[in-house]
Design a protein around this ligand. Sequence first.
Ligand code: IPD
Ligand code: CA
Ligand code: CA
Length: 288
Amino acid sequence: MQQNILYFLCYNTLVMNYETLKKQIEELARIAGKKILSADAAALHDVTITTKSSRRDLVTSMDLAIQRMLMTELKKLVPECCFLCEESVPEMEDAIITDADDIARGICFIIDPIDGTSNFVHGNRHSCTSIAMVQDGAAQIGVIYDPYRDELFSARKGFGCSLNGEKLPVFDASMKNEITVFGTAPYDDSTNGPTFRLAEMLYELSSDVRRTGSAALDCCWTACGRFGLYAELSLSAWDFAAGKLIAEETGCIVTAIDGQPLTFKGKPSILCGRPTAVREFSEAEWRL
Ligand code: IPD
Ligand code: CA
Ligand code: CA
């Protein structure tokens, strides 16, 4: 009996702490969004742009500034945490992990300071900040903020997902009359052929197809029903960690494209959609 009461108290403390932490992460995502908008307003030539692995793989001084700010502030909230994140911040290297196996224990924040960097650089105004809190290997909190639309998607595992504080409904749907979305996996040219066959297949299975340039927002827009299905052949954990939880909390199934579990390791593919849409995708005859 005493053990049960203790368990109940511990569980409630944990749940309350998660709720507080989610609000704090939401605040930080909004601060990141203000930074993104400030660059927009101040004209983009104030932002330094460099390439990483290829001419398509860009990083700006704003990506780095936001990541630094998020890591510093999150460390204050959870001092023992580690980070899996897109950009390298040398002065905080000790807290950054590169092997997803290390996420298996403790609290890790998976961060993409700007998802949609290419959109940001070209003034396309479709980018966001994505933050997931993972405990002992499982995402517990997912927050994605789109500053251009002032849209905050926020989810807690088992407690649903909200958009600007309004709970999103859980529903199932076919993709036949929906718009679907694909990503071009731009940092891996070996996927070019299969990617455009995938786009053709989605076009045939749905009413039309889009390419937005932000994987995190593709997950969110699928979660809230603007897209009927999202697929892409190669992503990193920071592109989808928060979006996966957000989509799952609205009843979506999120896996690798072959239906295998989606893990934070390597550069997996993603398939994100309602159960019926995912079934339609899996049953379609197609070859990448
Ligand atoms: C990219 C975007 C894009 C997706 C790429 C991602 P970044 O992230 O999410 O939509 O196609 O695979 O890497 O570089 O803008 O943070
Ligand atoms: Ca990204
Ligand atoms: Ca990024």
